[in-house]
Design a protein around this ligand. Structure first.
Ligand code: SF4
Ligand code: SF4
Length: 548
């Protein structure tokens, strides 16, 4: 009996363009002279470089250690020498540079001795630590460190969902992976089930990938279910696929784990297999190169491969190309610098031309048609969020659940006024995060100041209490006639004073009249004058006292 499926609201049907790249097997790229490995390739804190310029490294050697809890390690994609550790172009919509380790390949591609794991006999917590050091992160685009997603914590996970929907147009890397490496993906899924402690497993694949569906069905054991889901963008969104397969809605502002379901991408399952069963860290991934390019297809690419070299491996862009998109056309972004490398997040490179990707029409005013709301798979009101984001009234934009927006771009896709709605939402989110960061920093500074003031006050009070106690003790001792218990410090001070008094006494004796007989006349004169002034003062004081 086939599984009952549920249909989420909204969604769109853009042209898939999948056939451009899914017909040929995955190709391996030949070794390059240089690799640029960014330290920030995942959500969370960037990795901390563990190598110095001039160091020799082996393939799979850790060159960046996870820093903090939400972080993961980074590894050398080949053997060679570290020739630079500095800011380099990275694939990011901002076009900003980021810290990267540059490796000059020695051509040997010599690997560390990889240690496969006996994961079935390993405690899940030890397994997760190992996965963290292997640099595993979600390869579906979100790049969340996998060891965290594999930790159910207090939340019981009853269902594991494997996301093979690959709903974005043009992208076919998961399709090819499922067709060619289904058995390895299944072994990765077994590791996930062990770590999460759950058995129910659903593998959702869009019905426009019949070969992938067949390959996965042939590879899975009886207790994993491969489900064909309707092709509808963004059916591969975590919340949308969860709903389609189970009918369970993820709460607003929450995650699927809140309802006991964890979702992983196919590429992540495959990399997990390589990490655990082969002992090889995450140093490569499959990337689709498509669009206006000579030989579109999918490539097994080392992390750190410059995108211009990847494009060259696909025969280069055809004449008339007008730029590249990293990721899909719905959620991706324009590539600013082709020297930027492939990272764990890069699943696709699309070469544009004006016919495939015409210049966007001029943005017109919102006519309040409501098309965007009808297309929104997250049941939001994009035109309201747009209005307030544009007016920089971010509080009101947030009150319309701005952070439930998955940035799928369906609203922009259908808007008859050609308003790039999703760009406004990204801008609003970035502004809110920035303000939150500033507020957090200000709060931290205030807390530090308050604590310092409190500490100084406390120390002052402690000192005062100590003196009061000592004074009280002295008074009590005096009242009872007992010897006051000597304070060692006070005794020391007393001895110093006594010595000073002795010295002063001796000095005084040296100038007393009995020793003045032989004083020089000038000194004698001065002493006489002092004596005279003293007598006068004493005389004045006496007469004043009498008068009073
Ligand atoms: S689809 Fe465009 S024009 Fe229509 S309501 Fe939404 S933002 Fe306005
Ligand atoms: S981008 Fe956001 S608001 Fe627009 S349709 Fe997608 S989820 Fe809805």
């Amino acid at each position: 009996m086939s599984r009952k499926l549920f249909t989420f609201n909204g969604g769109v049907h853009p042209d898939g363009h999948k056939a451009v790249s899914n017909a040929t097997p995955i190709r391996a790229m030949s070794l390059l002279p240089h690799y640029v490995v960014p330290m920030r390739q995942h959500i969370g804190a960037p990795a901390r470089p563990m190598v110095s310029i001039g160091d020799q490294v082996l393939r799979g050697q850790m060159i960046g250690a996870a820093e903090g809890y939400v972080s993961t390690a980074v590894h050398a994609p080949t053997s060679g020498r570290v020739v630079a550790i500095d800011a380099r172009a990275v694939p990011h919509p901002s076009g900003l540079f980021d810290l990267a380790v540059v490796i000059e390949a020695d051509g040997e591609d010599q690997a560390l001795e990889f240690q496969p794991l006996d994961w079935r006999n390993l405690d899940p917590s030890a397994l997760r630590n190992r996965i963290r050091d292997m640099g595993l992160a979600g390869l579906g685009g979100a790049v969340f460190p996998s060891f965290i997603k594999l930790n159910p914590g207090a939340q019981k996970i009853h269902t594991l969902i494997l996301n093979g929907a690959e709903c974005e147009p043009w992208i076919t890397c998961d399709d090819r992976l499922m067709r060619e490496r289904a058995a390895e993906i299944v072994r990765g899924i077994e590791v996930m089930r062990h770590a999460l402690g759950c058995r129910t497993t659903l593998i959702g694949i869009e019905d426009n990938k019949p070969e992938a569906l067949a390959a996965m069905r042939a590879a899975v054991p009886a207790d994993m279910e491969v489900v064909s889901v309707p092709t509808l963008y963004p059916g591969g969104g975590g919340k949308q696929l969860t709903y389609t397969l189970t009918g369970v809605e993820t709460p607003t502002g929450g995650r699927s784990t809140d309802v006991g379901i964890q979702v992983f991408n196919m590429g992540t399952a495959y990399s997990l297999y390589r990490s655990v069963e082969l002992g090889e860290p995450l140093i490569s991934r499959v990337v689709t190169v498509t669009g206006h390019v000579a030989q579109a297809g999918n490539f097994d690419v080392r992390i750190g491969t410059p995108l211009k070299d990847l494009l060259a491996a696909a025969g280069g862009a055809l004449p008339g190309a007008s730029g590249e998109i990293v990721g899909g056309p719905m959620m991706g972004f324009d590539l600013m610098d082709s020297a930027a490398p492939v990272t764990k997040a890069v699943n696709c490179l699309i070469v544009k031309n004006p016919k495939l990707f015409p210049t966007k029409p001029i943005e017109l005013s919102c006519i309040r048609c409501g098309e965007c709301a009808r297309a929104c798979p997250a049941d939001l009101q994009p035109f309201e969020m747009y209005w307030y984001s544009r007016a920089k009234d971010f509080g009101r934009a947030q009150s319309y659940n701005l952070f439930d927006c998955i940035e799928c771009g369906c609203c922009s896709f259908v808007c008859p006024s050609h308003i790039p709605l999703v760009d406004y939402f990204r801008f609003a989110k970035a502004e809110i995060w920035e303000r939150e960061r500033e507020k957090y920093s200000a709060d931290q500074a205030r807390i530090r100041h308050e604590f310092k003031t409190f500490r100084l006050e406390r120390e002052k009070q402690e000192k005062a209490d100590k003196f009061a106690k000592a004074a009280e003790k002295s008074r009590e001792a005096a009242a009872s006639g007992a010897d006051v218990v000597a304070d060692p410090d006070a005794e020391k001070k007393k001895a110093i004073l006594q010595a000073a008094l002795e010295r002063a006494k001796k000095a005084k004796e040296a100038v007393t009249p009995k020793n003045t007989d032989n004083l020089p006349p000038m000194v004698q004169k001065e002493i006489d004058e002092i004596e005279a002034r003293r007598s006068k003062v004493e005389g004045n004081t006496e007469s004043q006292a009498r008068h009073e």
